[in-house]
Structure formats: structure tokens, C-alpha cells
Design a protein around this ligand. Structure first.
Ligand code: ADP
Ligand code: MG
Ligand code: MG
Length: 252
């Protein structure tokens, strides 16, 4: 089962240091949540972990099962089993959902292990059914004209098909109504196993009523400033972030 380690990570965006010494260890079977006010660098962390070129890692170490993630290309990270569902999924005109997924899945499986076309389509149809996704989605262009909720469900479909070892969900809950939220949460819960670790980034505690995290971390000003169990998420939901800022002497 996977072990994902982040050690004293620093990330710059456009010459400004946004992630400022963040450490975290996620083991297979664990769900970690990162919460925090807007603008504290949560999405920057997620993008840097996946190797987005706009985010420059200036120091620190990230490993998956001891392998140096920061040395890997974006494709290599995906092949190693890292997955990111984004707050604002990109639209890709001209590429159907099904083709995108098959390409991504085959890249994940590696040369020589490609899934046969018919088997792929059977798997895709089953997962779409499980996730209450309209079968017509398979042939539509990736995210083009999808509603916010449809895009998020599509991200979860990608996750379910790719079977990642470390799954990072960045504000997957934003803009979801309660039904869509439950579908997303059910999908995460059904994928939960010792073979996968989750990092769930969220502004609100709402999602964590449906996906029970083992560890909750609060990120402020580019660092984890407090860690606890799910009770920490409840306390933040009830009292906001100000009490913690005061305790820590953080002003903004
Ligand atoms: P969060 O996800 O916690 O709301 P972000 O990581 O999105 O925070 O943003 C943290 C800071 O980094 C903000 O000040 C934001 O403006 C800046 N930032 C993030 N991404 C970019 C980018 N691609 N270009 C310029 N600034 C960015
Ligand atoms: Mg934000
Ligand atoms: Mg964000």
C-alpha cells in the first residue's frame, strides 16, 4: 500500500513564495483533509504536487513509496498513480470524454498493458452507471458545456477509472448541490481501501460530513498550522478561522 510523503515543501508562483514549508504523510487507507481560508496556497500545493509548470518548487522533498516525485514529469506522476481532481476542470474541445479517459488509462497502465477497447467501454459504462452519469457523456467533448456539477462528477469518473494510489481532490465540493455532493462522497467512500490514500482539499466542512477524514489539517499562509481529527473540521465549521488566527497571532 502507498506511502506519500511531503517534506518541508516550498513553492513559488511568479516569484512569490506561496507554500512555505509544508510537511505531510499520507498512507494507503488514510483520508487527510486540508482546510483553510481562501488564498492560503491549497490549490498551489495541489498543482505543484502534480508538476504544473507555473508552480516552482524551490525546496523540499516529495516521495511516493520512496520514489522522488519532484524528479518525475507530469506523465510519470500519473503513471506512478497520482491523480488530481481540480477546482476548475479544463475544457478540451475536440477530445471526447471516452477518448481522453482511454488515453489516460493506457498511459497509467503503461506500454504493453493497454486495456482492450471493448473491455474499456464496458468498464466505462459500468462506472458511469455507478456514478449516475448520463451515458451520452462518453461521446461529448471533455468538459465542454458541462455544468459545474457535471464537471465534478466527471472528475470522479476519471478517478474511478484510473484507480490512483494517491488521489488529491481540490475543492471537488464547490458548487455542488446536495445530491451531487452525495454521489461524489459515495464514490470516494467506495474507492477507499488500503491501496489508495486521499488528500481532500476543502474550504467547507460540509463534504467531511459525508467523507469522514482520519486527519484534518489547517493551512494558513502556506503552512499547516494545526492538525487534528474530524472534530477540528467541526470546530472550524462552527467558529470559522478567526479563533485559530488569534491563537497563532496571524493577521491578514
Ligand atoms: P487557495 O487554493 O488556498 O485559495 P491558491 O493556491 O489558489 O489558494 O492561491 C494562493 C496565492 O497564490 C494567491 O495569492 C494567488 O493569487 C496566488 N496564485 C496561485 N496560483 C497563481 C497563478 N497561476 N498565477 C499567479 N498567482 C497565483
Ligand atoms: Mg481559492
Ligand atoms: Mg484553491
Amino acid at each position: 500500500s502507498p506511502v506519500f510523503q511531503i517534506n518541508d515543501l516550498h513553492v513559488k508562483v511568479e516569484d512569490k513564495e506561496i507554500v512555505r514549508g509544508l510537511s505531510l504523510e499520507i498512507k494507503g487507507g488514510e483520508i487527510h483533509a486540508i482546510m483553510g481560508p481562501n488564498g492560503t496556497g491549497k490549490s498551489t500545493l495541489a498543482s505543484a504536487l502534480m508538476g504544473h509548470p507555473a508552480y516552482e518548487v524551490t525546496s523540499g522533498r516529495v516521495t511516493l513509496d520512496g520514489q522522488d516525485v519532484l524528479e518525475m514529469s507530469v506523465d510519470e506522476r500519473a503513471r506512478a498513480g497520482m491523480f488530481l481532481a481540480m477546482q476548475y476542470p479544463a475544457e478540451v474541445p475536440g477530445v471526447s470524454n471516452a477518448n481522453f479517459l482511454r488515453t489516460a488509462l493506457n498511459a497509467r497502465l503503461g506500454a504493453g498493458n493497454e486495456v482492450p477497447v471493448l473491455k474499456f467501454h464496458r468498464q466505462l459504462q459500468q462506472k458511469m452507471k455507478d456514478l449516475n452519469i448520463d451515458p451520452a457523456f462518453a461521446e461529448r467533448y471533455l468538459n465542454e458545456g458541462f455544468s459545474g456539477g457535471e464537471k465534478k462528477r466527471n472528475e470522479i469518473l476519471q478517478m474511478a477509472m484510473l484507480n490512483p494510489r494517491i488521489s488529491i481532490l481540490d475543492e471537488i465540493d464547490s458548487g455542488l448541490d446536495i445530491d451531487a455532493l452525495r454521489i461524489v462522497a459515495d464514490a470516494v467512500n467506495s474507492l477507499r481501501s488500503p491501496e489508495i490514500g486521499f488528500l481532500i482539499i476543502t474550504h467547507y466542512q460540509r463534504l467531511l460530513q459525508h467523507i469522514v477524514p482520519d486527519h484534518v489539517h489547517v493551512m494558513m499562509q502556506g503552512r499547516i498550522v494545526r492538525s487534528g481529527g474530524r472534530e477540528l473540521a467541526l470546530k472550524l465549521e462552527q467558529n470559522g478561522y478567526d479563533w485559530l488566527k488569534q491563537e497563532l497571532g496571524i493577521e491578514d
